[in-house]
Write a protein that binds this ligand. Structure first.
Ligand code: IMP
Ligand code: MG
Length: 178
């Protein structure tokens, strides 16, 4: 275990099971549909890479970059799109892939943005959810795991751009950010 991690919250094996079952559900729901899987960089990169290889359907992928965190552990609430989708979204079904939903500000903004640009349908698949922290009403369509109000890292999730490469999800020691 990494020295800055207090405890493992979701093991590598558990993550594999979570990703497999989400992939099965998505495969069933999107069978016969034309959709674009859109990852929010950078946190979704590990999750999306694993998830997409397990969905046996034809679909496009794309990425967006949105920022709301100023480098700390709290969302600033102000969301900006730093990189938009390259593919045309008009009349397309979009499945956004996110690492974690916290206040909900980021996804709320990104979803409205895509709908304004003419997407036919926008759904959300998140690996983790912290429902107790929600500031805007947002219920993910697919969620891997609901987690308590603790700051987690690994499997794509960072603190200050570090720990994304950990193969598990762990709770970050408070001493690292306090
Ligand atoms: P929201 O806009 O408040 O919902 O924040 C969502 C974003 O905050 C996620 O995409 C993550 O990048 C980041 N985030 C929220 N909670 C955590 C956490 O516990 N660990 C790492 N990143 C987090
Ligand atoms: Mg982040």
């Amino acid at each position: 275990m990494h020295k800055d991690v207090e405890r493992v919250l979701i093991s590598k094996e558990k993550l594999e099971n979570i990703v497999n079952s989400l992939a099965k559900r998505i495969e069933k729901d999107y069978n016969g549909k034309e959709f674009i899987m859109v990852g929010l960089l950078k946190g979704s990169v590990v999750f999306m890479a694993e998830l997409m290889t397990k969905i046996n359907l034809d679909f496009e992928i794309d990425f967006m970059v949105a920022s709301s965190y100023g480098g700390g552990t709290e969302s600033s609430g102000k969301v900006r799109i730093l990189k938009d989708m390259g593919n045309d979204v008009r009349d397309k079904e979009i499945l956004i892939i996110e690492d974690i939903v916290d206040s909900g500000n980021t996804l709320n903004f990104v979803m409205n943005h895509l709908i304004t640009k003419g997407a036919k349908d926008v759904k959300v698949c998140t690996l983790c959810d912290k429902p107790s922290r929600r500031k805007v009403p947002l219920v993910p369509d697919y969620c891997g795991a609901e987690i308590p109000d603790e700051f987690i890292v690994g499997y794509g999730l960072d603190y200050d751009e570090k720990y994304r490469n950990l193969p598990y999800i762990g709770v970050l020691k408070r001493s690292v950010y306090e």
